[in-house]
Design a protein around this ligand. Sequence first.
Ligand SMILES: [Mg+2]
Length: 368
Amino acid sequence: MKIVRIETWLKNDIPVCRVHADTGDFGTGQCSTYGGAVTVKVLHEMLAPIVFGEDPLGAEAICDRVMDRTMKFPGTFVCRALSGIDTALWDLKGRLWGRPVADLLGGRVRDPVPMYASSMRRDIAPDDEAERLRRLAREQGFRAVKVRIGTGPQARWGSDGDMWPGRTEALVQAVRAALGEEVRINVDANSSYTAHKAVRVGRMLERFGVFHFEEPCPYPDIESTRAVADALDVYVAGGEQDNSIPQFRRMAAMHAVDIVQPDILYIGGVCRALRAAGVAREFGLACTPHAANRAMVQLFTLHFAAAVPNCLYEQEWTIEPTDWSDGLLERPLEIEDGAVKVPDGPGWGIEVNEDWLQDAEGRVSELR
Ligand SMILES: [Mg+2]
């Protein structure tokens, strides 16, 4: 069995990827959203020639081969493109064996998978955020949430600012008051703080019983992040932007974070996300992958979190409607009592809509 054809479809910055074998078998996956046009170009022009002729059941060997052959071009676009191939190969294997991907990853240790309601907004007033999270917790059964603190990408990294004076503390206080003591509150600073400021903010978070404090400092500065983790009891989380396995190993070995957060589509796919989670597990750390939109990353992360032993806590579930991804999948995943069930079908278990593909910009590469 060998890989002979790769198709992509790009629409609304979502690059869907299908890998075909010479037997007629195929699987469907997705590269990372954002920068989709560049990602598709890298996939067809740099990666496709490396994977043609390879055994589609050897996803791990293929991922290593791609990373070896592109060693002079390390970085996000190779990984974003590789993630489309990797996730298509997992789907192909699942279809061939008639099993959900979660089962191929070693079996489901949790299903349904508990989720946290993840806000993506910094423009929202504390009371309004608290009210919408209370409503979602009541209506959909969430037992954990995440809110955005600091300035994130709205200001330069480590600027120590706030969207408006006092917002961060008022937000955490309002959300705790609205949700009560039983609901876990996570916060995400998106690289907002210097270590000194992050420790001060972290002490405030601890007063309100916050569970995880995500990306406190500019993410490549793992020494600052470690200083924050050393000084605080609240769990420090990070790793969503990282795609180097040695970087995950450094972060884990120096205990820069308590929870690692690979994004399956930024790191290069399921095989590489498994390695990041495995490194974390060696050091006794948990894994809570980043999954911040409703395109296919949500489905991939669901299978992953169902199977990976150290995905111990609630997983990310964006609460923001993303109309740009509507209609991609034949049916959306549904929250029930704060958790989501892994689809029973083979592979990823939910098909991409053919109508969606027909409307998208297609590109094909073939083995010659
Ligand atoms: Mg984050």
